[in-house]
Every structure is written in C-alpha cells, then in structure tokens.
Design a protein around this ligand. Structure first.
Ligand code: ADP
Length: 486
C-alpha cells in the first residue's frame, strides 16, 4: 500500500480523525469515572479510586492533545502522524492500568485493546500498529505474570491461579489485536488506493482544465487580433478606394472633361491611388504567405545568409543607383543558419534593404553587415543615414500599417506592412529584431539569429524519423526571390 503517497494527500483527513478520536476519549473519561464509582458495588474491588485517577489522567492528557491539535497545521502530515502515535501510546498505557485494576485477564475492558488496534490502523502507518500490538501484548503478558507471581496485587474476582483459562484469554486477546490490525488494514487500504486514484484523476482534471482555459484564452486573443487586423486592413483600403470613386464620379458625371487638364490630373491621381491599393494588397498577400508558409513548414537546412544578402544586393543595386544611394557591405561568408525558410528570409531582408534605400536622402549611404557572433549568433545589420524614426514611434513601427509622419512625407507610397513581415520572419527563425534610430540622422536595424536553432516543426519531423528538406544552393546573381514591394 503506498502509505507515503497517501500520507501527503490525506493530512486534513487525519486531522479530522484525530479530533474525532479526542471526542471519543471524553466518553472514555466518563466511563472510567462511572466505573470507579459503580465498580466496587458490582465486584470490582480495585476500581475505586484507581479508575478515577486514570480517568483524571486521561482527561488531562486529552485536554493537552486538543490544545496541541488546535495549533497544528492541518496540512502538515508529519506532525499529525506523530501526534496520533503519541495518543495511541498514552491510551494503551491508560488501558493497561485499567485492566490491572479491573481484574487483569478477567477484566471486561480487555476488548478495548482490540478496538484500539482497529482505530489506530485507520489513523497511523500499519507497520507501526503491528509494533504497538506487539508492545501491548508484552505489557499484558507482564501484567499477567506480575499478578500471578503476586508481585502485583490481583483484583480478579475469582482469584484464578496461573492456569489455562487466563492464559488462553491472554493469547486470544493477542490474536484479536493482531487480527484487528490486519483486517482493518486490508479493508482501509483498498479505500486508500481508490482515494489516491481519485486524487490523481482530480489533479489531472484540474491540469487539463487549466490547459483548456489557456487555449480558450489564446484563441480569443487570436480572434481579437485577427478582427483588429481585418478592421485596419479594410480601413487602409477604404480611403484610397473612396478617393478613386469620387474622381471617377466627377469624370463620368460630366462635371469635368476627362480630356481637360483637370480631368487628366484627376485620372492620374486615381491611377496613383490604385497603385497604392495594389501595393497594400501585395503586401497583405506577402504577409499572409509568410504566416501560412510557416504552418506548412518548408524548412531547409544550412542556409547561407550572406549568399541571400548578396543576391539581394545585386538585384537592388539599380534601385539604389537611381536614388543616388551608395551601398556598402561587409559580409561574413560563414554565416550559415542551421534551419530556415529561404523565401521568407529573402522577403524580410528585402524589406529592410528597400526601407534603407527608400528612407535615405539622395546621395545617402547604406551599410549592410552580416557577422557571426559567439556564442552561436548571426547578426544582420542594415544601417542608413536617412530620415530616421521619431522617438515616440520606435516601439510601434513593427506593427501592421504603422508609418511615421516623416516617412509619409518622404515616401507617400509605403504601406506600413514591411516591418511586420521582418519581425514575424525573424521571430519564426527563433530570433529578434532591434532598431536604433534618431530622427533626421538615420536608422540601424539589426536581426539576431541563433545559428543552431531548430524550429519545433522540424524537431517533430526529426522525432518521427522523417527527413526534412535540405537546402538548395543559390548562385550569386541569381534572382533572390519574390519582391513584395516591386
Ligand atoms: P513602409 O516602409 O511601407 O511604410 P514598413 O513596415 O517597412 O512600411 O515600415 C514602417 C515604418 O517604419 C515606415 O513607414 C517608417 O516610418 C519606419 N521605417 C522603416 N524603416 C525605416 C528606415 N530605414 N528609416 C526611417 N524610417 C523607417
């Protein structure tokens, strides 16, 4: 029987039983006092006043136990168990004295030894109860021999000499005591095992309920984020659409001649708005691709980040050249990630590089650096000397559709979605992005990648024994991937 486990679970239960046991003891005190008074009249010559003293003694130690019990922590099993053992020993001692004064092996109180064993087995460890039964047997045997050798006065009514009848009573009582411990244990241990199972099931249920609650909370948050995202996406699309609609109504309603100077201006404005709308739609699709791609886990091993950046620099060279922005690079060829999704990484890096060019002033400079840093980190830094980011917006620019006023003035065509792609891609690779910027002086974005990071999706594939896809190498100068902003 798993007693130790049982102990830790049922301290409050033991506490309750001890209280109940103390209440029972008051009845025993009453019985002893009554026995002391009535005893001599019904043939128990030794009852008065000895039983009264025993009764008083029991009352005193019971008071003591009740007082101690009120000070115990009802959840601390160790102390309660010790208290139960002390009570058992005290009771058995009081009972042994009672037996002596009420006729030794003829005492009608002998049966209480067996009761005590049953009650004790419910409360304390079974092996201890066998020990107590052995101790009680020894004390009773000592009383038996002491009375019959006249070393102790015998209060037996019929003054048996040492003989078969009192000896067999003693043996029977011993058998009854051990039998009680055994029987009580075999009955209660089954309850104990069931109680442990019940307790475990309860704990399991509680854990599962907590997990479920966490999942529901997560789902609610996700739903909220989704609806927030949809709302601001719709809002971003609505105002350019409204402008285009108004321009077309003005033209089709005959208020302005489409061929006139003003008509042409209106049409050009509408086309510009439609371009902006297309840009937003493209970026939204790009973001969706990045988010959905992760679920399909197109992870590849051994991704050379420097190679990806070199390819991008090649393809963006003309854009930078057209703006008069000089590109410098410092790339470590050993910057290889254990696992990655190449098209997503290309999207993220492309956004960073395009931003650096876009928010640079003509004649500006962009510095791109890829370096390995111990322990096990790769850093990609894109720094420019452009318009910078206002202090109050630095924490928000990685959120969808956030654009700083200076960026809107400098480059009206942005969507505010590129940095969201950057953050989500880098985080999906176990990394993080940081920005250092000063408005008017420039910005430096750094993506930190843990080199040996293995995505959970790949981990579970590897555990199942499936082989994830390995990297395909890309030549310098080959197209780097889809361009979200082109
Ligand atoms: P977009 O560039 O289309 O506006 P992003 O999500 O890429 O969208 O960037 C969000 C905002 O962060 C930009 O509008 C701009 O205010 C700021 N930002 C990003 N990169 C830079 C940079 N290199 N220099 C200055 N501001 C930047």
């Amino acid at each position: 029987m798993p007693e130790a486990r049982f102990s830790s679970i049922f301290a409050p239960e033991l506490y309750g039983r001890l209280r109940w046991f103390s209440n029972l003891r008051w009845m025993a005190v009453g019985g002893l006092v009554l026995g002391a008074i009535v005893g001599p009249f019904v043939g128990f010559a030794g009852a008065w006043p000895s039983l009264l003293y025993v009764g008083l003694l029991v009352a005193v130690y019971n008071l003591l136990f009740v007082w101690r019990l009120s000070r115990y922590d009802s959840t601390f099993y160790g102390e309660l168990h010790e208290c139960a053992i002390r009570q058992m020993v005290a009771d058995l001692a009081a009972l042994a004295v009672t037996i002596h004064y009420t006729g030794g092996m003829e005492s009608p109180a002998l049966i209480f030894f067996a009761f005590h064993m049953a009650i004790g087995t419910i409360m304390v460890a079974t092996r201890l109860m066998y020990l107590l039964a052995a101790g009680a047997s020894a004390v009773l045997t000592a009383i038996y021999f002491a009375e019959h050798s006249h070393w102790l006065v015998s209060y037996a009514q019929y003054h048996h000499e040492m003989g078969a009848e009192p000896a067999s009573r003693l043996v029977l009582l011993m058998v009854a005591m051990f039998g009680m411990v055994y029987l009580t244990d075999s009955v209660t241990s089954r309850f104990k095992v069931h109680a442990i199972e019940l307790h475990r099931t309860g704990e399991d249920l509680l854990r599962k309920t907590e997990q479920l609650e966490a999942l529901v909370r997560q789902k609610e948050e996700l739903e909220q984020r989704k609806s927030h995202y949809m709302r601001i996406s719709a809002h971003q699309l609505r105002s350019p659409l409204g402008t285009v609609k108004t321009s077309l109504e003005v033209l089709t309603g005959g208020y302005v001649d489409p061929a006139s100077e003003r008509g042409k201006k209106l049409l050009a404005g509408a086309i510009e708005r439609v371009d902006g709308l297309l840009e937003i739609v493209n970026d939204l699709l790009e973001l969706a691709k990045v988010r959905e791609g992760r679920d399909k886990a197109p992870w590849k091993s051994g991704i050379n980040l420097t190679q990806l950046v070199m390819d991008l620099l090649d393809s963006l060279e003309p854009v930078a050249g057209a703006k008069g922005v000089a590109m410098h690079d410092d790339l470590d060829p050993t910057a290889v990630l254990a696992w990655g999704i190449p098209p997503d990484l290309v999207s993220a890096f492309e956004n960073l590089l395009e931003n650096a060019i876009r928010y640079s002033r003509p004649g500006g400079e962009v510095q791109v650096r890829v370096e390995r840093r111990e322990p096990g980190e790769i850093l990609l830094t894109v720094a420019d000397r452009g318009i910078g980011i206002p202090e109050e917006l630095k924490d928000q620019i990685f959120h969808e559709f956030v654009r700083a006023p200076n960026a809107r003035r400098h480059a009206p065509e942005g969507t505010g979605l590129g940095l969201t792609v950057v953050r989500e891609v880098v985080e999906a690779h176990g990394g993080r992005v940081e920005v250092v910027s000063q408005e008017g002086s420039g910005s430096a974005f750094t993506a930190f990648f843990p080199v040996d990071w293995t995505p959970p999706e790949v981990q579970s594939l590897l555990q199942q024994g499936n082989q994830p896809v390995t990297a395909s190498t890309r030549r310098r100068g080959a197209p780097a991937g889809s361009s979200p902003k082109s």
